[in-house]
Design a protein around this ligand. Structure first.
Ligand SMILES: Nc1ncnc2c1ncn2[C@@H]1O[C@H](COP(=O)(O)OP(=O)(O)OP(=O)(O)O)[C@@H](O)[C@H]1O
Ligand SMILES: [Mg+2]
Length: 485
């Protein structure tokens, strides 16, 4: 009985079971209108089979991340990783038979499709020694395998559809069993739907979907009407893993909750009429900064001089050099050598600042500089500048102004801000997102992108992409613009 999981009760009050072993060979298609209870059904299936089989959930709404707490699923935020990282994570999930939830709710539709396709393809391409049985549960499957071209680009639709077709048509041999749910059968690619031999059909209003559902259940057309009358949470099931004849099942309770569950009715707020109008028209608490790229006031000369003076005070050279035998130039040279060594070491940006500072002082000592004459904050400043690729001998007044502006940037963003600024001044292309991610000290390109957006929102940089795809980066407060391909 361990392979039989209890879905819920039939109309006579008897349990209806789903045979997981059979399901692995014969796949499952769930259909029902929005609110009919598909996600609830998938959750019941996942929870009940969690101890029996590996589960991989493709979750467009981020609804299933709550499985992690109770059942230990590993949540993968699709927006936080690059293509290669997503592929590696999928391959690892196969290798270690990890139950995972690929949460796609932070991505736009195209991103969701691309990420899911990359992940599914990597599951599919795993070497045969990793072909362990796993359920691959895809909610809102019509999005990943649409029956017709939609708003997304053809390329994206093709890769996503190919990944879903592979999963449903050729996955079984590799141990992958598709369990897919859709709001509308008519919107799901036919070849993807056709590969499932088990069906659970919930409340369906549109005739075209109702008739297709009835056909799949082997019901006569005149019986199809009953699919319209099903209550939320009620499904008609059929297939080798469920029952040989259509059986009605009321899906049982679940332990975890969907993130997007709205709890019943909520009375409208007390404010109404003019009060509500005033609330809607109130000025934003933090007005968005919209720097005008083409109308940047020229910095006044006095300010520039003052800023340069501040920069000069922050020179790398220690303010006082305790070693009698070392001149300040020699100490300065050691500091530069040590910084040069540190920044070329792979992974240095991922280390905590305290560890880096300790490493720095030890290395200085090994080079004969007992006290580099700076505290951790000062070290962080020069380390950021070195990482960003700043040549301290570069005498350009724009660099001075950039460094002064960097003083106003939140500490964790200084390195990427400087790296962009230096590229803009030097006329080089803006560093790509992967480089910026490393400089920021994260392995997540998505995170780096968020940091860039933060810099943009703060008005520190402006990134523009024209219709030919050319990007330009500007630092409006310095009046600097750089076009990049
Ligand atoms: N069998 C059930 N028992 C109790 N509550 C249920 C049951 N089925 C569904 N619900 C509740 O009904 C609501 C809608 O269900 P669910 O989110 O599963 O619908 P859905 O078909 O996935 O809709 P959508 O297509 O919009 O995602 C949820 O709040 C869910 O908790
Ligand atoms: Mg749902």
């Amino acid at each position: 009985m361990q392979n039989q999981i209890d879905l819920g009760l039939d109309r006579a009050g008897a349990s209806v079971y789903l045979d997981i072993e059979e399901l692995l060979a014969t796949r499952l298609l769930v259909q029902g209108n929005s609110g009919s209870g598909k996600s609830h059904l998938l959750r019941r299936l996942i929870e009940k089979s969690a101890g029996v089989v590996q589960q991989i959930v493709i979750d467009p709404e981020g609804d299933f991340v709550s499985l992690a707490e109770t059942f230990g699923h590993v949540v993968i935020d699709g927006s936080a990783y690059s293509d290669t990282e997503i592929m590696r994570l999928a391959a690892r999930a196969r290798e270690h038979r990890a139950s995972v939830v690929l949460a796609l709710d932070n991505l736009e539709v195209e991103g969701q499709m691309r990420c899911a396709a990359t992940f599914l393809a990597a599951l599919f391409d795993a070497p045969d020694r990793h072909w362990y049985p796993a359920l691959v549960i895809v909610d809102e499957a019509q999005m990943f395998a649409p029956s017709a071209a939609g708003d997304v680009s053809d390329d994206v639709r093709k890769v996503s559809l190919a990944a879903m077709t592979n999963l449903m048509c050729r996955g079984r041999k590799r141990g992958l069993a598709g369990v897919i749910a859709t709001q509308r059968l008519a919107k799901l690619a036919k070849n993807v739907a056709a590969e499932a031999s088990n069906f659970l059909m919930g409340r369906t209003f549109l005739d075209i979907d109702m008739v297709r559902a009835a056909d799949l259940l082997g019901m006569e057309r005149r019986q199809a009407e009953q699919i319209r009358d099903l209550d939320r949470g009620d499904f008609l099931g059929l297939g080798p893993a469920i029952s040989r004849r259509p059986v009605a099942v009321r899906i049982g309770a679940v332990q975890t909750r969907a993130k997007s569950a709205v709890a019943g009715l909520t009375p409208p707020p007390l404010a109404a009429g003019e009060d509500m109008a005033a609330l809607l028209h109130a000025p934003p608490v933090e007005p968005p900064v919209q720097p005008d790229l083409y109308n940047v006031p020229a910095p006044d000369a006095a300010t520039v001089a003052a800023l340069q003076e501040r920069i000069t005070e922050q020179k790398i050279a220690p303010k006082s050099c305790p070693e009698l035998e070392l001149s300040s130039e020699e100490a300065d040279a050691i500091v530069r050598t040590v910084l040069g060594e540190m920044i070329t070491e792979e992974g240095c940006t991922y280390l905590p600042p305290a560890t880096l500072f300790q490493d720095f002082t030890v290395r200085c000592r090994m080079h004969g500089l007992k006290n580099p004459g700076m505290d951790a904050a000062e070290f962080r400043r020069i380390f950021s500048r070195a990482l960003a690729g700043l040549d301290e001998d570069w005498s350009d007044e724009r660099v001075g102004r950039l460094l002064a502006l960097a003083e106003t940037v939140p500490e964790d963003l200084v390195t990427i801000f400087l790296a962009i600024g230096i590229a803009v001044i030097a006329g080089d292309p803006c560093p790509d997102e992967e480089t910026l991610a490393i400089l920021y000290g994260t392995r997540s390109v998505g995170r780096a992108r968020k940091m860039l957006e933060h810099l943009e929102r703060s008005g520190l940089i402006v990134v523009r992409t024209d219709f030919t795809g050319r990007r330009s980066v500007a630092i409006p407060q310095l009046g600097l613009t750089q076009s990049t391909a």
